[in-house]
Design a protein around this ligand. Sequence first.
Ligand SMILES: [Zn+2]
Length: 308
Amino acid sequence: MSDRLQRFVLRNAPVRGELVSLDLSWSEVVIRHALPPSVRNQLGELAAAGLLLAATLKFEGKLILQIHGKGPVSLYVVECDASGRFRATVKLRADTPVPDDATLDQLVNADGDGRFVVTLDPGPGAGQTYQGIVPFDGGTIAKALEHYMARSEQLPTRLWLAADEHRATGLLLQRLPDHGGKAGRGEGAAIDEDGWDRMNHLADTVSAEELLTLPANEVLRRLFWQETLEGREDRACRFECSCNRTKVGAMLKMLGRAEIDEVLAEQSRVTVHCDFCNQAYEFDAVDCAELFATDHPDLRPPGSEALN
Ligand SMILES: [Zn+2]
C-alpha cells in the first residue's frame, strides 16, 4: 500500500496520528528535477510534512509550505490539499555549490536568515488567505514545523520525517484537546493520561531506515504493537500539477507586451517551464499577439484567427 496516508487515534487518549508514505508520486517529483541528493531529500521531507499537516486541518483549500533561504537553496515550495494531492519544487541559486552531505541549515539558513512560511489558501471566493511567517529554526524540517505549531499556539504536534530518491515519508502525532470529541474514547472509559508521552517515546525509536524501507502498516505495527489504534482510515496521495496553458498565458500577459516582444525579438518564441512539473509551454509571435488581443484588438496580426 504505497502513496497513502493513514490516520488513527489512540484508544481512550486525546492523541491522533498519521503516517504518510509516498513512492510513485514522489518519483514523479524526483524525475522532473535534477536535484543534488541533500536538496532532494529535504524537499521530500517537506512534501511528506505538508500532506500530514493538511490532513489534520478541517480545510478544503490548499496548504502551502515554503522555506525562503539564503544559502544554495533560495526557495522550497510544497503545495498540497487534504485530499492528498501535492506538488513540490526547489529554486537553487546559480553558481552556489551544494555539498552532497549539506545539512538543511547549510542549504537555507547559513546566516540565520531563513524564513518558514505557512499559507492556507481556501481558494477563490472561499474566504481569506491565512499566512504565518516565522524564522527558520530547528535544523530539520520536522523541528521547524514543530516550532511553528508551538509558536502559533496550535495543537502540540510532533513529526518524524525521512526521504531518499525512492520514498518520502513521515509520521505525525498530535495531542488533541482533552475534551476534543469522542474520537478514540470508549464508552465510559477513563482517559489514558499517559497516552501522549507514551506514543512520543515509542515514535522516537523509529529510524529513518525503517521509515524508508518498511511498508507503512509494518512501521505502525513495530512502533505501536502494544497500543490500541482505532478509527483507522487511509486515503490515496498523488502528485498533481495544476499548471495549464491558460494560466501561463495570463502570467505572460502580466509581464506586459514590451517584455514579451523583447523575448520574441531575441528567440522568436517564448518558452515557459512550469517550476513544479517542468512541463514546457511555448508561445510564438501569433500566440503572444492572441494573448494581448483582448485588450488591444488592433494588435492582432491579420489571419491569426485562422491559425488558432
Ligand atoms: Zn506544472
